[in-house]
Design a protein around this ligand. Sequence first.
Ligand code: SF4
Length: 267
Amino acid sequence: MAADERTRLEKRLLRQISQINKEFGLLEAGDRVMVGVSGGKDSYALMHLLEHLRRRSPVPFTLVGVNLDQGHPGFPAHVIEGWFQDNGFEYRMLKRDTYSVVLDKIPEGRTYCSLCSRLRRGILYSAAQDLGCTKIALGHHRDDLIETVMLNLFFSGQLKSMAPRLHSDDGRNVVIRPLAYCAEEDIAAYAQMMGFPVVPCDLCGSQENLQRQQIKAMLKDLEREHPRIKGSMLAALRNVRVSHLLDTDLLALKGLSFEEDESLAAL
Ligand code: SF4
C-alpha cells in the first residue's frame, strides 16, 4: 500500500471515529478510558487510533490498555505486552483462568463463546473500576453492528444492534464503541499496514458461532452484487422510521398513532 493511500485510510478511520464521538459524546473531558486489547486487529487499531485522537484532542482524556489472558493454551501475552511497551502506552496485563471453567461447564461439542465472553466481561468491568476508569472502549466495528442486527432479526425476534454508548448490564460502567462506523476491511488493511502483532483467535479451540458464520457468508455473497450494501445497512441503523414498524410501546413513546402513518394515508 502506497504511503498516500495509508494516510488516506488513517484519515478516514479517524474521521469516522470523530464523527461518532461527536454524535454520541463518547469521549468527555477528564475521561480515563480503558481499552480492551485482546490481540485481535480491531482492538490494536482501536488503541492506536484513540491515541492519535487523544494527542490532538482539545478535550483532555487518558487511555489505559488492558489485556486479559484467559488461560488458553499457548496464549502469547508477552506479544501484546511488548506492543504496549514499544508504543509507550499505559497498560495492565491481567490473567484469570476462565478457560478451565469453560471446559468444565460446557459439554463437548457446544460452543464456548457465550460463557467465555460473559466471564471476560465481568473481569473487565471489575478491572475498570479498580483502575478508576470512567469508560470502557471496545473494538466492535460496522460489520459487527450489521451482523448483529441480522442475527437478532433472523434468530431472536428483535430489531437491535450494538449501541455506540451504553451503561453495562450491571450498571457499573459506561461502554463505548468508537469504531462502530468503521468498515472491517478498512481496519484489516490498517492493521496490516501498521504491522500489528495479531494473535490468532483459535487458541481456545472453539468454533465461531454457526449462525454468525452464515450471516457473514450471506453478506459476502450479497456484497458481490451490491457493493454498497453494508454502507446502506449502517445508514439504515441511523435512519429508523418508528412509524413504519410494529412496536406499539415505541409508537406510544413517540406519541405516534397508526392514523399518522403516511403510507396508510397514501392508500
Ligand atoms: S472464540 Fe474463544 S476466546 Fe473468543 S469468546 Fe469464543 S471461546 Fe472465548
